[in-house]
Ligand binder design. Structure first.
Ligand code: SF4
Ligand code: SF4
Length: 265
């Protein structure tokens, strides 16, 4: 027997969230007057290392090369639309006003991007009626939940966009002088930037994605922030520039991912 999911259209997944967006979607989001934050994470990486592990290969393809002191890293940049309370695209009847052009992340919820992550209804906002446990004694897994072809295609499209956007995101960091990040799986560092400037820069880099990066600009020396003393000791031992964030940055470090409706793995 199987397990099925049926959206009840309760609208819970349209409230108080951070939604990962492609550069194109971020442009649309900003153009509608909504807000974007930029999230940066460092993944320590042996320079030249090429993995055959599917997840690592994916991470490599969605990140750009960087350094933090003597430590080689790959940098993951995620643009996130955010809002507290209801999404700005909801109308008074709690219907999505951009339904036909809503972001891909909105289209895949509550399914997981990463096939290795087991779908757990307890970690999702959907009410119990949405989960039709046909075989109640079976532990849920992605395999048990029927993912329709359209959702699968949307997941693949998110990966494809993430790979295609790597260069644009590197240009974005350089243009905005973003040089700090969190350590992957160790909290999140958000950058709040001037929204009009961000829109202007996205316009500029998307109209000329092949713009060359000067050698001097190319070598950003990333500062890695962490709230964990042990992590900082480990990073510093590896020669990385790593530090506890300045007081004004602490509230930009998030430890939990609950408010994400989906995160690119
Ligand atoms: S864009 Fe639409 S589907 Fe996505 S969170 Fe907003 S209201 Fe919900
Ligand atoms: S929270 Fe789940 S059931 Fe409710 S609208 Fe979102 S996807 Fe549908």
């Amino acid at each position: 027997m199987d397990t099925a999911f049926n959206c009840t259209q309760c609208g819970k997944c349209c409230h108080n969230l951070h939604i990962p967006l492609s550069v194109r979607e971020a442009h649309e989001w900003l153009s509608r007057g909504h807000k974007i934050k930029i999230l940066t994470e460092a993944i320590p990486w042996v320079k030249g290392y090429s993995s055959t592990d599917e997840v690592l290969m994916r991470k490599e393809s969605m990140t750009f090369e960087g350094v933090s002191g003597e430590l080689s890293i790959r940098v993951m940049v995620t643009l996130v639309g955010y809002f507290s309370d209801g999404c700005p695209n909801l109308d008074l009847n709690q219907n999505c006003t951009i339904y036909e052009s809503r972001p891909l992340t909105c289209r895949i919820y509550p399914f997981e991007m990463n096939p290795k992550i087991i779908l757990d209804p307890n970690n999702k906002l959907c009410p119990s009626e949405a989960w039709q446990l046909v075989k109640s004694n079976q532990k849920p897994s992605n395999q048990l939940f029927l993912i329709d072809l359209q959702t699968k295609n949307n997941i693949n499209k998110i990966y494809a966009d993430s790979i295609q956007d790597v260069r644009l995101k590197e240009l974005l960091c350089i243009s905005l002088e973003i040089k700090a990040c969190s350590l992957s799986n160790n909290g999140y560092l958000f950058h709040h930037v001037d929204q009009l400037k961000l829109l202007e820069i996205i316009n500029k880099i998307t109209s000329n994605p092949n713009a060359s990066i000067k050698d001097t600009e190319k070598s950003i020396d990333w500062m890695i922030y962490s709230l964990s003393t042990k992590t900082l000791e480990d990073l510093n031992a590896l020669g990385s520039h790593a530090s506890y964030p300045e007081p004004e940055l602490v509230d930009k470090m998030l430890k939990k991912t609950r408010e994400f409706i989906s995160l690119i793995p």
